[in-house]
Design a protein around this ligand. Structure first.
Ligand code: ZN
Length: 197
């Protein structure tokens, strides 16, 4: 019979995205049987990250600082705002080194079917950001998917009367794909060739 502690570990791992019950069992076995110091390292870095990382109260980026290092960087151009789904996307854009504006992280893409509405995508915080910063161009750098399109249409509708120029990443990213899986050259091209919404 399986130890209850092993079973609990397996259940916790199975709750992670993309991990099924079998993989969770293999991972749990690995964690238990590998060098104990390595497993303690994993446990400590999880606890440390969970305790010290929060959402920036200005742009919603996950950060150890509030406001985050992007929001407090005075070399950034406050007239340019890149709107992304999550903090990993910020890292993607930072890697291509061609954007020196600010970011706003929605956290989700709109999906009314799954109960994800304007509150979940932090639209109120985004509106506050736009009131407090002289944004001239807002780049909607969202995945080309049904949810991405729904989100872009919603934001474009809400900002219809504002003077902010809206743009979106160019084609080259296949529909239904996730930005996370596109390579940096594709993203850099999509960014450079962005089009007006
Ligand atoms: Zn921030």
């Amino acid at each position: 019979m399986l130890s209850p502690k092993f079973r609990k570990l397996q259940e916790c791992l199975a709750g992670l995205p993309g991990i099924g019950k079998k993989t969770a069992g293999r991972l749990a076995m690995h964690i238990i049987t590998q060098d104990k110091a390595k497993s303690h390292d994993i446990a400590e870095s999880i606890a440390d990250a969970v305790d010290s990382i929060c959402n920036c109260s200005v742009c919603n980026i996950l950060s150890e600082n509030d406001p985050c290092l992007v929001c407090t960087d005075t070399d950034r151009d406050n007239r340019l705002l890149c709107v992304v789904e999550n903090t990993q996307d910020v890292h993607l854009f930072e890697e291509i080194h061609s954007f020196k504006g600010r970011y706003f992280v929605l956290g989700h893409l709109l999906s009314p079917m799954h109960g994800i509405g304007p509150d979940e995508i932090k639209f109120g915080l985004l509106s506050k950001f736009l009131e407090e910063n002289p944004v001239e161009e807002m780049i909607l750098a969202l995945s080309p998917s049904v949810e991405g399109e729904t989100t872009m249409s919603f934001i474009a509708e809400q900002l219809e009367t504002s003077s902010i120029n809206l743009s979106r990443l160019s084609t080259g990213l296949p529909f239904g794909s996730n930005l996370e899986y596109a390579n940096s050259i594709t993203i850099a091209n999509a960014f450079r060739n962005r089009t007006k919404v």
